[in-house]
Design a protein around this ligand. Structure first.
Ligand code: F0G
Length: 408
């Protein structure tokens, strides 16, 4: 038996991992990689794993690549799990941590998935890669495509991508296309283009992306000394990362590499919250939001492609999905920056905003261990940061002028 196979998330039909497919040929649902855990652990021992420093490729044997696979990497993962004592004491919490994935090579968690995605794209013999993106996926894909010597076409919603992300995609040499529409519409075009033009899609509908992203959960467990947190707060946009984290926790636990599983709280922005809406109203099927909007442009998504995966993950964990307002997101962003030195982009502060709300409503056990996932760096979106702060004062270049200013 092989350690990995690719199956439909609904009907379980097996699909050939050696071909570029994203949806089940029988029922059209998304695909996922399943790991034969005993087989995987024949490839590496727990004690060998423990000796390696954390990074995506620390867990190579738990990722669907072979010994011969040539990996394309910028040394992603291995990001900090900060213990946030100041904010914990302000909120009356015992064990608050932030997993800051903004320190990945291109400044977001996307790099975890992209190193695996591009590695597989090369292995499959693809020449051109593509994605629709609210910004970070395009920045990451462009960098990795350049590294692997592949052509790259990224589609972004016109005027709604943060400046830093746009600059990255352009500098890394991708063909950057602005679509007169939102992310959901751009993704539709990308899926059609993949069929017609033979481009390889590296959105999170690609199951290999999820395999890279699940390593963030492995890292959290390792950083907590072989334990899962009791709560995981995570932003939900297209729903890939929350599903990936849960997959990581479940796999790591079933391999006896960690103890326990977290309750997952998926956090969406009020104006783009179709998943939270399902939980609020007990809906069985996602109803897309036609005109999603939020200051956290990274999660400005109305029709998340991975909704089935993420809803299942959140429900299995015993958690739920809820919303935060734009004002709450920006407040949380400032608190993280000011009190803990963590400069996150707005979407990267949404999970913490969700936690604050739960603390205020009594919806979380204050003595438990809580990890908030911060997904992207604040420098990605300088406009939002600058617009929230008072402008620097201007003075004459003299000590007196400085003294007058500071006294005033
Ligand atoms: N946080 C940030 C900073 C993101 O860029 C994204 C998604 C998310 C959270 C949500 O993750 O989609 O897996 O639920 N950004 C995608 C992009 C959509 O195109 O960069 P998700």
């Amino acid at each position: 038996m092989k350690p990995f196979e690719m199956r439909c998330i609904e009907c379980g039909k097996a699909h050939d991992m050696g071909r570029p497919v994203y949806a089940c040929s029988s029922c059209g649902n998304l695909l996922e990689i399943r790991m034969d855990r005993a087989e995987a652990m024949k490839r590496v021992s727990a004690s060998d794993l423990r000796k390696r420093p954390i990074s995506v490729w620390k867990y190579r044997e738990l990722i669907p690549v072979s010994e011969k696979t040539k990996v394309h990497s910028l040394d992603e993962g291995g990001t900090q799990l900060f213990k946030c004592s100041r904010l914990a004491s302000d909120l009356g919490l015992k064990n608050l941590y932030v997993k800051f994935d903004g320190t990945n090579p291109t400044g977001s968690f996307k790099d975890r998935g992209m190193t695996v995605g591009i590695t597989k794209a090369k292995e499959l013999g693809m020449k051109t890669v593509t994605c629709a993106s609210t910004g970070n996926t395009s920045a990451s894909l462009s960098a990795y495509a350049g590294l692997a010597g592949m052509k790259c076409v990224v589609l972004i919603p016109e005027g709604k991508v943060a400046l830093g992300k746009l600059a990255q995609a352009m500098m890394h040499g991708a063909t950057v296309v602005q679509v007169k529409g939102n992310f959901d519409q751009a993704l539709e075009v990308v899926m059609k283009a993949s069929e017609k033009l033979g481009m390889y899609v590296l959105n999170s509908v690609n199951p290999f992306r999820i395999e890279g992203q699940k390593t963030a959960a492995f890292e959290v467990c390792d950083q907590l000394g072989g334990k899962s947190p009791e709560y995981l707060y995570i932003p939900v946009g297209n729903g890939g990362n929350s599903a990936a984290y849960w997959k990581g926790f479940e796999e790591y636990e079933s391999l006896c590499l960690t103890e326990g599983l977290p309750m997952v709280r998926g956090i969406q922005a009020e104006g783009s919250a179709p998943v939270a809406d399902m939980f609020k109203h007990g809906k069985k099927v996602l109803e897309p939001v036609k005109r999603p909007d939020t200051v956290a442009t990274a999660i400005r998504i109305g029709n998340p492609a991975n909704w089935k995966k993420t809803v299942k993950a959140i429900k299995t964990s015993g958690g739920c999905a809820t919303t935060v307002s734009d004002a709450e997101i920006l407040h949380a962003q400032k608190l993280l920056a000011k009190h803990e030195g963590i400069f996150a982009e707005p979407a990267g502060a949404a999970a913490f905003a969700g936690l604050i709300k739960d603390v205020e409503s009594g919806g979380v056990d204050r003595s438990s261990s809580i990890v908030c996932v911060s997904t992207g760096h604040g420098l990605k979106d300088p406009d939002i940061a600058v617009s929230q702060c008072s402008r620097p004062k201007i003075i004459e270049p003299t000590l007196e002028a400085l003294e007058t200013l500071l006294e005033g």
